[in-house]
Design a protein around this ligand. Structure first.
Ligand code: XMP
Length: 319
């Protein structure tokens, strides 16, 4: 793509010009935007860039390893892997209100990011994968702070607080252009095509109290569901798909005995920008096969439902 090749050259020159010899830190979530921003900036300034990846214990199966392997080993980027699962899950223990959950996660995220950013020393810039739509729209999630900084982490006000200037090389791009730039930079297609994943992660897919037991069950069910979607070649037709574990146990039968396990809901939507969405019209065969697999492969779940709510009036996430 010649346009993106040109954009890449221009952006690299602009980043070099803006930051000079200064150090830059970048919050890496593993999402498309922050990944493309990090790779582009790394190409421009090499080891002047350090990425901070915060593992809040609310990531999907294998996600932390994937991100760390990809950026540290494949791209050779200085990367701080902040394993803060105990901290986040500890503070979330017993909390069931969705807005309180988001606030706790947002606050801890800032603390952790700041703590690790100081390890880098005298960083002068904070890099973000802010896109053009983020610039023109002030996005506000229910319960989250209204965000001027990349919404993914719910960390409004962080650069000011840390005295850092912003580097935002994707500010002029739309999502499809960021994906094209990512391809131009050689990011694997599996990364570029990833569904969006919310900053608070699995916390908002586990309505009510978060427990380690529920998170473990949710991770396994979600992995089976996404595997089904990929196997049927549907992943790229869907904007976002995930499992939510419901805060209710229901009765089932297994062999001669009864079970009393969690119910879960499958969610899959099509959307252009996440502002409105339609539920995805899976075939009954697909749904039946997926339910059978989840119940057979995931101990702790004995009932599977499919969420057929569109947005509005529903939201994409369950909290
Ligand atoms: P809803 O559930 O509001 O989601 O229809 C719309 C899009 O936003 C994502 N989402 C969030 N992203 N922090 C985020 O970074 C949040 O608190 C949050 N809540 C929802 C959601 O995954 C969907 O893509």
């Amino acid at each position: 793509d010649w346009t993106m090749a040109g954009y890449r050259e221009q952006a690299i020159a602009a980043i070099r010009e803006q930051v000079g010899n200064a150090k830059v830190i970048c919050g890496l979530s593993g999402g498309v935007d922050s990944s493309v921003a990090a790779v582009l900036i790394h190409e421009a300034i090499g080891d002047q860039l350090t990425c901070v990846f915060v593992d809040h214990g609310l990531l999907r199966q294998g996600e932390a390893e994937e991100v760390v392997t990809m950026f540290r080993d494949n791209y050779n980027m200085p990367l701080i892997h902040a394993d803060e699962q105990e901290l986040f899950l500890g503070e979330l223990d017993g909390v069931s209100d969705p807005e309180t959950k988001r606030k706790i996660i947002g606050r801890l995220f800032i603390d952790v990011f700041q703590k690790h950013a100081t390890e880098v020393g005298d960083a002068k810039f904070l890099a973000q994968g802010t896109l053009y739509p983020d610039v023109i729209e002030s996005v506000s999630f229910s319960g989250g702070p209204s965000v001027t900084i990349k919404s993914h982490h719910n960390v409004g006000g962080l650069p000011e607080k840390m005295g850092l200037k912003l580097v935002e090389p994707l500010r002029e791009l739309f999502k499809d252009e960021v994906r094209a730039l990512g391809r131009e930079l050689g990011l694997p297609p599996s990364f570029i095509g990833r569904h969006p994943f919310p900053g608070p992660g699995l916390a908002i897919r586990c309505p009510g109290e978060i427990t380690r037991e529920k998170l473990a069950i949710l991770r396994r069910a979600d992995a089976v569901y996404i595997d089904q979607i990929r196997k049927h070649g549907l992943y790229d037709d869907i904007w976002q798909a995930f499992v939510a574990i419901l805060p209710v146990r229901t009765v089932g039968v297994m062999g001669d005995g009864r079970t009393y396990d969690f119910a879960c809901a499958l969610r899959a939507v099509t959307s252009v920008d996440g502002m409105t969405a339609d539920y995805y019209p899976f075939s009954h065969e697909f749904l039946g096969e997926t339910a059978t697999r989840i119940i057979n492969e995931v101990p702790g779940i004995n009932r599977v439902t499919y969420d057929i709510t569109s947005k509005p009036p529903g939201t994409i996430e369950w909290e």
